[in-house]
Design a protein around this ligand. Structure first.
Ligand code: SF4
Length: 456
């Protein structure tokens, strides 16, 4: 049985945390990655040594995603694999954190009894106490308490190597889209105090980061007292050293002109917006409870492109949602044709237990119809992305170098401010975190290729 006592009592003679190696593995979105950095920072502060060798870890924490069922299945498979390390290290603690913990609760212990610790997204501050408790208790430690006041202030994340620093500015979501599990696993919406956000960005700048991404489920709904999202962006843009500011994911229903003006006014705010469409049919959007219509969505697109002509737009699309007719699906295709997104994440609807669509709507679009519709939108988007990327050929773009290309170690890759991935041959003196001019000489629907423009 799992008890509250398990995680709250601290044994008198717990082994020192500094003797223990911590390995954190992450699944899911950027917010999860940012949370993993937070967990690592919190436990490093307690003396845990961070390792990137899973086979040398004394504590393995897997930070999980619950958005799709196959993500959960994948994590369960991985937990079973990780359990094998207990043979060589019987004291190994295997823990599950994040959205899947919150979604499955103590059922996860029934499915995988070798899991020692389960912590929800609002429980990370309790991890040190939970880990200590496991030294004297045989029972797993579980904490899934909600805490609306938890912003994880004053915990400095330990960041993974990379050129982009993530700052979580909002946690949770109040939107309750009918297909989405997020409000049930991440709790109510709350904004991090703006002073803390600015402190974290200044710290990133001092550490040498040139690019920062502000994170939230509905990031443009940010509000701390009088400070709205547009104000926060303006203040972030004043910080010396930070040259690129991104944010994700905004909600299409929250794009006032003032926000677009701020985006247009600062060259530091990247001309790229991820604008989740989900469906192009007003009836489907209404069943999804998305708070906007195709017309208001197009109005945001129009206003963004009018004020920021260079802007790129990416999106999310769900096909085969409950009751989606052929006409509704065609409305989505028509919207994608009209907007000409630069790229899109496209999915077949699959119901998640606990959501409103699972409880109240019927998942009545046959699987083969969903598959056909998904193929159709993927093919169409590929062609649109190809055309949009071809338009870059001959242009000089500025690329923030991230490192070696995964496919070709003799090449580097990085991103433009418009969020295009660019691959180019290595050149002496060009290193990660540099911003270099690259002339684009080739493209696919997914990538631009080019050569560094050498200064005279
Ligand atoms: S806005 Fe909707 S889709 Fe996005 S996290 Fe909130 S409930 Fe989920």
């Amino acid at each position: 049985m799992v008890t509250e006592k398990t995680m709250l009592e601290q044994p008198a003679e717990a082994p020192a945390a500094r003797d223990r190696a911590l390995y954190v593995e992450t699944y899911g979105c950027q917010m999860n990655k940012a949370d993993s950095e937070l967990i690592t920072g919190l436990l490093a502060r307690e003396g845990y040594r961070v390792t990137d060798r899973v086979d040398r870890a004394d504590v393995i924490l897997v930070n999980t995603c619950a958005i799709r069922e196959n993500a959960e299945q994948r994590v369960l498979g991985r937990m079973s694999e990780l359990n094998r390390f207990k043979t060589a290290n019987p004291g190994l603690i295997l823990g599950l954190c994040g959205c899947m913990s919150q979604h499955l609760g103590d059922r996860i212990i029934e499915k995988a009894p070798y899991i020692d610790l389960v912590a929800g997204p609002d429980s990370y501050r309790r991890l040190p106490a939970m880990l200590r408790a496991l030294d004297t208790e045989d029972e797993p430690a579980l904490n899934l308490a909600w805490d609306r006041a938890e912003h994880y202030l004053d915990i400095d994340p330990v960041r993974e190597a990379g050129v982009n620093g993530w700052v979580t500015i909002m946690r949770g979501c109040d939107k309750m889209c009918t297909f989405c599990i997020v409000p049930f696993v991440r709790g109510r919406e709350r904004s991090t105090p703006h002073g803390e956000v600015i402190r974290q960005i200044e710290r990133l700048a001092a550490e040498g980061y040139r690019e920062v991404t502000l994170l939230g489920q509905t990031v443009n709904k940010y509000r701390d007292g009088d400070v709205e999202f547009a104000d926060l962006l303006s203040r972030a843009a004043e910080i010396d050293g930070i040259e690129r500011i991104r944010f994700t994911s905004p909600h299409p229903a929250h794009f006032p002109d003032r926000l677009i003006e701020v985006m247009a006014a600062s060259p530091k705010i990247c001309p790229h917006t991820h604008l989740p469409l989900q469906s192009g049919a007003s009836t489907t959007l209404s069943r999804m409870r998305r708070d906007y219509t195709p017309e208001t969505f197009l109005d945001v697109v129009h206003r963004l492109r009018e004020r920021i002509p260079r802007i790129t737009l990416t999106t999310d699309v769900i096909v085969g949602f409950c009751g989606e007719t052929e006409e509704e699906f065609e409305a989505t295709r028509e919207m994608m044709r009209t907007v000409q997104f630069d790229s899109a994440f496209m999915f077949k609807y699959s119901p998640r237990p606990g959501t409103a669509s699972h409880k109240r709507l019927s998942d009545d679009v046959p699987e083969e119809v969903k598959a056909r519709r998904l193929t159709a939108v993927i093919e169409m988007q590929k062609s649109i992305s190809d055309t949009r990327n071809r338009a870059y050929r001959g242009q000089v773009v500025h690329v923030l170098v991230e490192g070696r290309s995964r496919r070709d170690a003799d090449r580097l890759f990085g991103k433009t401010d418009t969020f295009k991935t660019v691959v180019f041959p290595m050149l002496e003196g060009v290193v990660s975190n540099a911003i270099v001019p690259v002339r684009v000489n080739g493209s696919t629907p997914f990538t631009l290729f080019g050569d560094v423009v050498k200064s005279a």
